[in-house]
Ligand binder design. Structure first.
Ligand SMILES: *[C@@H]1O[C@H](CO)[C@@H](O)[C@H](O)[C@H]1NC(C)=O
Ligand SMILES: *[C@@H]1O[C@H](CO)[C@@H](O)[C@H](O)[C@H]1NC(C)=O
Ligand SMILES: *[C@@H]1O[C@H](CO)[C@@H](O)[C@H](O)[C@H]1NC(C)=O
Ligand SMILES: *[C@@H]1O[C@H](CO)[C@@H](O)[C@H](O)[C@H]1NC(C)=O
Ligand SMILES: *[C@@H]1O[C@H](CO)[C@@H](O)[C@H](O)[C@H]1NC(C)=O
Ligand SMILES: *[C@@H]1O[C@H](CO)[C@@H](O)[C@H](O)[C@H]1NC(C)=O
Ligand SMILES: *[C@@H]1O[C@H](CO)[C@@H](O)[C@H](O)[C@H]1NC(C)=O
Ligand SMILES: *[C@@H]1O[C@H](CO)[C@@H](O)[C@H](O)[C@H]1NC(C)=O
Ligand SMILES: *[C@@H]1O[C@H](CO)[C@@H](O)[C@H](O)[C@H]1NC(C)=O
Ligand SMILES: *[C@@H]1O[C@H](CO)[C@@H](O)[C@H](O)[C@H]1NC(C)=O
Length: 880
């Protein structure tokens, strides 16, 4: 009786649920999860590293359908969905993106799919998994190799959605297993390293239902351009952006007859012209070829894509004129044709039917000529406009755009009058970088946009006033003059509260003191006042900038000591006061995770504090050209980032939210002296590791720890009073590209080990007391004689001096030398262990970022949001 009624209760409850269509309350009535699924999930959990107890609710004594992330079928009690994506917030300093609360370890995929026979949706996106595993504890599947195991044991006809995206440390060597998941409709492997799977296309074509495929940023290289036919029978959306494809558009693409409507190939290196076969994909709604190397004209037939809503072909090498036929694309919402080699005239006809257009990105260098009637009122009301035009007159139709929220003007020159400044006070993002805008901001202009970049123009007069809305303000590289007082100290404008987080007024003619108004600007993260004519002391009120991450005060006339109040700036990562008249000691309070300390060309004195060694993330230590004395500290090996040089992930890039949904990415930059010349490092800054202690009064011997910094790219100890011998172990510093020990009192032979440094491009050992023969038969002969001159006892090529016979030389060897060496070696190997291994891999100094990285930020800034939005829409419409 009781059994009967409880069964009734379940069925009734289920009916009720179905009627209420409310899954939230329905869980209460489910019959409980299947034992088989529960075991499968527990086995999955076993391989997972879960430091934050995400899976704490996975208690074996409880119904697994109630576990976090698990959904069951209410009737069968079988698990249908496992959804454990990790949510993270974007850190200001990208390297500090925190995934410690996410899942790590390995994903035991074959087990999940074997045990959880009815799993339809698996979402583990944005975690920090490190491996995908295929071995199994399943009974029938013992003792099989990985691949054959999967083939024998996995035959999933239920998994429809698989999302492993943004597990950035995950690499997968083979995708053969995918061909066994017949039912897959949606696959997102974005951000996973797939470079070892050269045949990635083949297993995917075995999936008859695959509708959405995202393999963005997977380090794929081969697009199989000559393959005629790929067996995607259901494909609706294809995202292969941010890979390394460098062929022409693949032939198989044009045979996707299935009504594909979303095509995303942005940020590759695709070549060639747009073939007419592309018209086979007549259904396209979204087409993105941004940032490739495509060339030739935009064909007339492009006007036939009648469903196209998004056409994004910026940053290629397209040439010719922009065809008027694009004006036929009446569905267009977004059009981007920027950064190509277009020429000619743009007129009303180019926009004739674009009444739905919301985003228009059109500029070129040299600028396009806009020939529109002055009375022309466009059929569209834009929200976003990126424009470049041949000046000097601003197109009048700009003023008809009443909904404009984001305005950028590039490659144009025009005179900005007050009508213009009034108009732009309504847009929330104003980017006028790199034009020849002539204007005077002193006439009481009040800037009001949350994002303002006026960098690299010809603005004169004093600094403008900012409203409290301004979050990002960049007027660097203009001709502004006067003091910074009006900008920072106008309290009545601000109601005591500024939102500014990014301030760059560098490279102007500003003068006067730094003011004491910093307390009004507590949200500042980035401050650059460099290359002006500012004077006075660094005010202690700067210590109230508690969020400050990056401070540049270089190339001014600042004097006095660095105020200790700055030690309140616990987030400081970059501290740059190069080329001032500052004095006192090197600050010893620099935060331990700082990345760059640049004090060069000041009057800093006293010793190098050992606290420097606690800054374990430091990659730039530039204290050259001061009056620092004493010995080099023996603790430098504690700066682990110079030992390991695992800098690939640690881009010196900051992100700033300037509205709820918009983010500005900024690559910090520093001017460094390396390889004998001055270079500006920005996107590649995090690849550079440098110690420059040159032109000081340092004395004593160089501690052996210095030579354990095997991640170092550039070492300059020149023009000091250092002495002693250079140990053979210098040969372990394999990353070294530039080594300058000149004008010291080093002695002894040039160690053979130096010849191991195959990246060494600049060597300067001149003006020391080195003796003996320059190791022969090595690349050391490849340097000019100037690398060695001024060492009277040094001989052999490239020096003209001929060497003595070796025998006599050996006899005169000092007795204590071997002892020194042994002591050194024992310290060296005990202290370093793993350092070498990673050090050898870490030859990053030579790398320069390719175009893709640069553009990545660009795209983030302009299109990421749109793209995600469209992707979601298409996913919803076509997949579920
Ligand atoms: C159903 O479960 C929810 C939580 O999942 C709980 O808040 C609610 O009280 C339960 N209802 C019943 C009737 O047990
Ligand atoms: C997986 O979860 C993330 C985060 O909630 C979500 O954005 C994504 O769309 C999900 N994937 C699938 C296939 O539903
Ligand atoms: C698996 O291999 C082990 C030894 O490697 C062997 O003892 C065992 O019998 C094998 N099991 C099966 C099912 O073949
Ligand atoms: C896979 O499972 C389906 C039923 O779900 C079955 O028809 C098919 O034969 C199986 N294939 C293999 C290779 O086991
Ligand atoms: C095309 O896909 C089907 C399954 O959908 C498969 O049987 C067939 O072998 C595939 N053909 C090629 C050429 O890959
Ligand atoms: C693929 O396209 C080529 C032309 O681009 C055509 O010759 C071929 O027949 C097409 N194959 C299929 C299977 O549609
Ligand atoms: C596109 O527009 C041009 C004029 O701008 C017109 O001559 C042409 O017929 C149109 N083509 C299509 C396919 O609508
Ligand atoms: C810098 O300011 C000083 C006064 O503080 C002035 O004498 C000098 O001419 C200025 N230099 C430049 C380049 O403006
Ligand atoms: C350097 O690190 C060692 C441990 O690795 C520590 O004992 C020592 O105090 C550190 N030295 C300095 C100056 O930080
Ligand atoms: C670099 O590698 C070392 C040793 O593997 C590790 O201790 C350190 O945390 C790493 N640093 C970064 C920034 O990844």
């Amino acid at each position: 009786m009781s059994a009967f009624s409880s069964q009734h209760a379940v069925i009734f409850a289920w009916l009720l649920c179905t009627l209420m269509l409310n899954t939230g309350t329905c869980n209460n009535f489910s019959i409980g999860c299947s034992q088989k699924d529960k075991l499968g999930l527990l086995n999955f959990k076993q391989r997972v590293i879960d430091l934050s107890a995400v899976l704490s609710s996975w208690n074996p004594d409880q119904d697994c359908c109630q576990w976090r992330g698990v959904n069951c079928d209410h009737i069968t009690g079988r698990v249908t969905r496992l959804s454990l994506p990790c949510s993270t917030t974007l850190a200001t300093y990208i390297d500090k993106q925190d995934k410690s609360h996410c899942l790590s370890g390995s994903i035991h995929l074959s087990l999940l799919l074997v045990e959880l026979e009815f799993l339809n949706d698996l979402n583990l996106s944005n975690n920090d998994f490190l491996a995908l595993q295929f071995d199994s504890v399943h009974q029938n599947c013992h003792n099989l190799s990985v691949v054959s195991h999967f083939h024998r044991c996995v035959n999933s006809s239920s998994l429809g959605y698989l999302d492993l995206s943004f597990n950035d440390n995950l690499a997968i060597n083979s995708l053969q297993w995918l061909s066994r998941i017949y039912s897959l409709k949606y696959l997102d492997l974005g951000g996973i390293d797939l470079h070892k799977e050269t045949n990635w296309l083949q297993p995917l074509t075995m999936l008859p239902s695959l509708s959405v495929l995202v393999m963005s940023d997977c380090q794929l290289k081969d697009l199989s351009p000559s393959l005629l036919y790929a067996n995607f029978t259901a494909l609706n959306a294809l995202d292969l952006s941010k890979n390394e494809f460098s062929s022409e558009l693949p032939k198989w693409l044009f045979n996707l007859s299935c009504g594909i409507c979303y095509l995303e190939f942005g940020m590759n290196s695709l070549r060639g012209q747009l073939p007419e076969a592309l018209l086979n994909l007549r259904q396209l709604k979204y087409l993105n070829f941004e940032d490739n190397d495509l060339d030739g004209p935009i064909p007339l037939w492009f006007g036939k894509f009648q469903y196209l809503k998004y056409l994004i072909i910026g940053a290629n090498m397209f040439s010719g004129s922009i065809p008027p036929n694009l004006g036929n694309l009446s569905s267009l919402i977004a059009l981007s044709v920027s950064s190509n080699q277009f020429t000619g005239v743009v007129s009303e006809r180019n926009f004739a039917k674009l009444s739905k257009l919301k985003r228009l990105i059109i500029y070129s260098s040299p600028p396009l000529i806009f020939d529109c009637e002055s009375q022309w009122v466009p059929p569209f009301q834009l929200e976003r406009l990126v424009l470049g035009f041949a000046g000097p007159n601003l197109p009048e139709w700009l003023y008809t755009q009443r909904n404009l929220k984001r305005l950028s003007i590039f490659y144009s020159s025009f005179v900005a009058k007050s009508k213009f400044w009034n108009f732009v006070s309504r847009v929330s993002e104003l980017d006028l970088e790199g034009n020849l805008i002539v204007g005077n901001l002193s006439n009481n202009v009040l800037l009001n946009s949350s994002f303002i970049s006026l960098t690299s123009n010809d603005l004169k007069g004093s600094l403008p006033r900012l409203s409290s809305n301004v979050v990002i303000f960049d007027v660097s590289n203009n001709s502004l003059s006067g003091t910074i007082f009006p900008l920072l100290c106008d309290h009545k404008m601000l109601n005591g509260k500024g939102s500014l987080i990014y301030l760059d007024i560098s490279r102007n003619h500003l003068s006067g003191e730094l003011t004491n108004c910093w307390k009004n600007w507590k949200s500042l993260i980035h401050v650059n006042l460099g290359s002006n004519n500012l004077t006075g002391k660094i005010p202690s009120s700067m210590g109230s900038l508690l969020s400050l991450a990056s401070l540049h005060l270089h190339e001014n006339n600042l004097y006095g000591t660095i105020p200790t109040s700055l030690q309140n700036c616990h987030s400081l990562l970059i501290f740059n006061v190069r080329e001032n008249n500052l004095s006192g000691t090197i600050p010893h309070w620099i935060p331990h995770d700082a990345r760059a300390l640049q004090l060069r060309s000041n009057n800093f004195s006293s010793n190098i504090p050992t606290q420097i060694c606690q800054i374990s993330s430091l990659i730039i230590l530039d204290i050259a050209d001061n009056i620092i004395s004493g010995e080099i500290p023996t603790c430098l090996h504690n700066i682990t980032s110079l030992v390991f040089n695992n800098a690939t992930k640690s881009s010196l890039s900051f992100s700033f939210h300037y509205s709820s949904s918009l983010i500005y990415f900024h690559d910090d930059s520093l001017e460094l002296v390396t390889k004998g010349r001055v270079s500006e490092y920005d996107t590649n800054l995090h690849f550079m590791t440098l110690i420059d202690m040159s032109s000081n009064n340092l004395f004593g011997t160089v501690p052996p720890q210095m030579f354990s910094l095997v991640g170092l790219c550039s070492l300059n100890l020149s023009h000091n009073k250092l002495r002693g011998k250079i140990p053979y172990e210098i040969g372990n510093m394999r990353s070294l590209e530039s080594l300058d020990l000149s004008a010291n009192q080093f002695w002894g032979e040039i160690p053979q080990g130096l010849a191991n440094l195959s990246f060494l491009g600049v060597l300067n050992l001149s003006f020391n007391n080195f003796s003996g023969k320059i190791p022969s038969g090595t690349q050391l002969q490849g340097f000019d004689a100037v690398s060695y001159i001024g060492n009277p006892d040094l001989c052999g090529p490239p020096l003209p001096k001929i060497c003595w016979q070796d025998a006599e030389h050996k006899d005169s060897k000092p007795i204590d030398e071997d002892e020194d060496k042994d002591e050194f070696l024992s310290w060296f190997y005990i202290g370093l262990k793993s350092g070498f291994v990673t050090g050898f891999l870490g030859v990053f100094c030579a790398l320069f970022l390719n175009r893709k990285w640069r553009q990545a930020y660009f795209t983030f800034l302009y299109d990421m949001r749109d793209r995600l939005y469209v992707m979601v829409l298409i996913k919803m419409n076509s997949s579920r």
